[in-house]
Design a binder for this molecule. Structure first.
Ligand code: FAD
Ligand code: SIN
Length: 523
C-alpha cells in the first residue's frame, strides 16, 4: 500500500497534523493520500484523558515572558530557550485554530475564557473544558479528520517497525548521516496480516510510555512504540531519564490506568494532607501545593516513606458541591462511585507515572535524525520541557510541533519519491505456540523493575540492579519475538523493554540531580 503521508497515532499530534496536510492540498485541488494508522479505536490515547487543559497566554495582563519563565523554572535549567520562546509565542495562534476546528473551552459569564491555574504557573492561563479538555479536543479533531476526503483512518492497525535502508539490506548505524524512512510495516489486527505501508513522509505521533510502570495515568496503548521503533532505526533518542510522576492519581490499587485527580483541583484550593490531616507541602516548598510536579511528587513520596502508608490525602472539603460538580464533574463522579464525597471526605492520592519529557530527538520543525521521518507530541523530545514539564504544556507542544512539521512537509513533499524496492515483511521463522503467560509475566516483571528501581527516587544500586534484570528480560523477550507468530502483545513487550532500558541507562548516566531525576547517591 502507498500513501503520501503516513501518520502513526491518532492523538492531538497525529490528528492535527493529518488534518492540516489534507486541508492544505484540498484547498489547492491537489490530490494527496493521508493515512492515519492507530492501534485501537482512533480516540484512544493520552489525549483523550487530559483533564487540566492547555496552556497559552490569552489574556491581557498575562505575558509571554511570564509563561516562558514558568516553563524555564519548571525545566530546571535544561530547557532549550529558543524552543520555549517559539512554543509560547506560537501558542495563541494554535489555540485559535483549534477553536476554529470546533473545540470548546469554558468561558465566564463576561465571555472571557475561564482560565485555571496549575502547579508552576505564575498566573491563571490554562484553557480547559470542565475536567475533560482532552476528550473535547479529540472529539473535535476526529470529527474533522473523519469527514475529510483525503484522509484514511485505519484503526486497529499496529505499526511494527519503520522502514529504513536497513530493510533494503544496507548497514545502518547511529552515525550514518543519510538514513531515510520509507514508511512502516503494519499489522492489521483484524486479519492478523502484516503489510508494507510505503510513504513519502512519515510522522510518529505514538504518545507516551506510562505502561512501562505498574502505576500510571496513561492508558494501555502507551507502550512507547514510536520511541522503540525510532531507536531500532538508529534515530537519536534523548532525555529519557526525565519521567514525570503526577503527584495526585487516585489511590485505587487495581485500576489500570490510574485515575487522575487533576492538578487544577489544587489550583482551585485543594490541599495535600498527611494521615493526621496536617498540610505538609509548606515543609517542602514556599509554593506549597502548587510547586512544580517533581517537587510535589517527591514530597509525597517522602511522606509515604515516613508514615509507611500507600497514599496521602487531598482535601477538597472547603469547596462547594456546586463548584466541584461544575468544574470537576468527571473527578467528582469517579470519587462518588467509590464512596468518596469530595465535599466531606479526603481523597486518597498517590503519584503515578504520567509523562515522558524525553523521546525521539527532533529539530525545531519536528524532524528526527532520519530523513522524511518526523515526530510530534509525547513521543518526541523537542527541548521544551527540559528536566521537568510545566503542567498543561504538552498538548500545546504537540499542536505547535505538528504545525511546524506540516509546514516543512508541504514544502518538501514534491521533492520526495516513493522507494519502489522495499521488500515485503518477512515472517519466516520457527513459530511455537507460546504461552501468553510468558509475555504477560515478563511485562509485569519489567513494570515492577522500573517502578521499584527507576521511580521518583533512584540510587546507584537500584539502577545497577535494574540494568542487570533488564538484560535478562531483553534476552528472553528477544527469543519470544524471534520465535513467535507476530502479535501486538509480543511487539509491545519488545518496545517496552527498549524503553525501559533507555530510561534506566539515561538515569544511570546522569550524575547530577536535576528536575525529575533524583538519585540519592548524586549530590
Ligand atoms: P496520544 O494522545 O497518546 O496518542 C498516541 C496515539 O498513538 C494513540 O492513538 C495510539 O493508539 C497510537 N499508537 C501508539 N503506538 C502505536 C503503534 N505501534 N501503531 C499504531 N498506533 C500507535 N497534557 C496537557 O497539556 N494538559 C493536560 O491537562 C493533560 N492531562 C493529562 C491527563 C492524563 C490522564 C494523561 C495521561 C496525560 C495528560 N496530559 C496533559 C499529557 C497529554 O495528554 C499527552 O502528552 C498528549 O495528549 C499526547 O498526545 P500525543 O498525540 O502525542 O499522543
Ligand atoms: C492535570 O490535569 O493535572 C494534568 C495536567 C498535565 O499533565 O499537564
Amino acid at each position: 500500500m502507498k500513501t503520501d503521508f503516513l501518520i502513526i497515532g491518532s492523538g492531538i499530534a497525529g490528528l492535527s497534523y493529518a488534518y492540516k496536510i489534507a486541508e492544505h492540498f484540498y484547498q489547492r485541488n491537489q490530490i494527496v493520500n493521508v493515512t492515519i494508522i492507530t492501534k485501537v479505536n482512533e480516540d484512544e490515547g493520552n489525549t483523550k484523558y487530559a483533564q487540566g487543559g492547555i496552556a497559552a497566554v490569552t489574556k491581557e495582563n498575562d505575558s509571554f515572558i511570564n509563561h516562558i519563565n514558568d516553563t524555564l523554572i519548571a525545566g530546571d535549567g535544561l530547557c532549550n530557550e529558543k524552543v520555549v520562546q517559539m512554543v509560547v509565542e506560537s501558542a495563541p495562534e494554535r489555540i485559535k485554530e483549534l477553536i476554529s476546528w470546533g473545540t470548546n473551552f469554558d468561558k465566564k459569564t463576561d465571555g472571557d475564557f475561564d482560565l485555571a491555574k496549575e502547579g508552576g504557573h505564575s498566573d491563571n492561563r490554562i484553557l480547559h473544558f470542565k475536567d475533560y479538555t482532552g476528550n473535547e479536543i479529540e472529539r473535535a479533531l476526529i470529527e474533522r479528520v473523519s469527514n475529510h476526503p483525503y484522509i484514511t483512518v485505519l484503526n486497529h492497525h499496529f505499526a511494527i517497525d519503520i522502514i529504513t535502508q536497513h530493510h533494503l539490506g544496507e548497514k545502518v548505524t547511529h552515525s550514518s548521516i543519510n538514513k531515510k524512512c520509507f514508511g512502516a510495516y503494519v499489522l492489521n489486527r483484524k486479519t492478523n496480516t502484516v503489510f508494507t505501508l510505503n510513504a513519502k513522509i512519515t510522522l510518529l505521533a505514538t504518545g507516551g510510555i506510562g505502561q512501562a510502570y505498574l502505576n500510571t495515568t496513561n492508558p494501555t496503548v502507551a507502550t512507547g512504540d514510536g520511541i522503540a521503533m525510532a531507536y531500532r532505526a538508529k534515530a537519536l533518542i534523548q532525555n529519557m531519564e526525565f519521567v514525570q510522576f503526577h503527584p495526585t492519581a487516585l489511590y485505587h490499587p487495581i485500576d489500570n490506568p490510574s485515575f487522575l485527580i487533576s492538578e487544577a483541583v489544587r489550583g482551585a484550593g485543594g490541599i495535600l494532607r498527611d494521615e493526621k490531616g496536617v498540610a505538609f507541602m509548606g515543609n517542602y516548598d514556599v509554593r506549597k501545593d502548587l510547586a512544580p510536579r517533581d517537587i510535589v511528587a517527591r514530597a509525597i513520596d517522602a511522606e509515604m516513606k515516613l508514615s509507611g502508608n500507600h497514599f496521602v490525602y487531598l482535601d477538597t472539603t472547603m469547596m462547594e458541591k456546586s463548584f466541584l460538580e461544575s468544574h470537576f464533574p468527571t473527578i467528582f463522579s469517579k470519587c462518588l462511585s467509590i464512596g468518596i464525597d469530595m465535599t466531606k471526605d479526603f481523597v486518597p492520592v498517590v503519584p503515578a507515572a504520567h509523562y515522558l519529557c524525553g523521546g525521539i530527538a527532533v529539530d525545531i520543525n519536528a524532524k528526527t535524525s532520519i530523513h522524511n521521518l518526523y515526530a510530534s507530541g509525547e513521543c518526541s523530545f523537542t527541548g521544551l520541557h527540559g528536566a521537568n514539564r510545566l503542567a498543561s504544556n504538552s498538548l500545546i507542544e504537540a499542536l505547535v510541533f505538528s504545525h511546524r512539521a506540516f509546514l516543512e512537509g508541504i514544502s518538501l513533499f514534491s521533492s520526495i519519491d516513493f522507494n519502489t524496492s522495499i521488500p515485503e515483511w518477512n515472517d519466516e521463522g520457527t513459530y511455537y505456540q507460546n504461552e501468553k503467560i510468558l509475555v504477560s509475566q515478563t511485562k509485569k516483571e519489567l513494570q515492577t523493575i522500573l517502578s521499584n528501581y527507576v521511580g521518583i527516587v533512584r540510587s546507584n544500586e537500584r539502577l545497577e540492579r535494574a540494568l542487570n534484570r533488564l538484560k535478562l528480560i531483553y534476552e528472553e523477550s528477544e527469543r519470544l519475538y524471534e520465535n513467535s507468530k507476530i502479535s501486538v502483545d509480543i511487539c509491545e513487550l519488545r518496545n517496552l523493554r527498549s524503553v525501559a532500558y533507555l530510561v534506566t541507562k539515561a538515569a544511570a548516566e546522569r550524575k547530577n540531580n536535576v528536575g525529575l531525576h533524583y538519585n540519592v547517591d548524586n549530590f
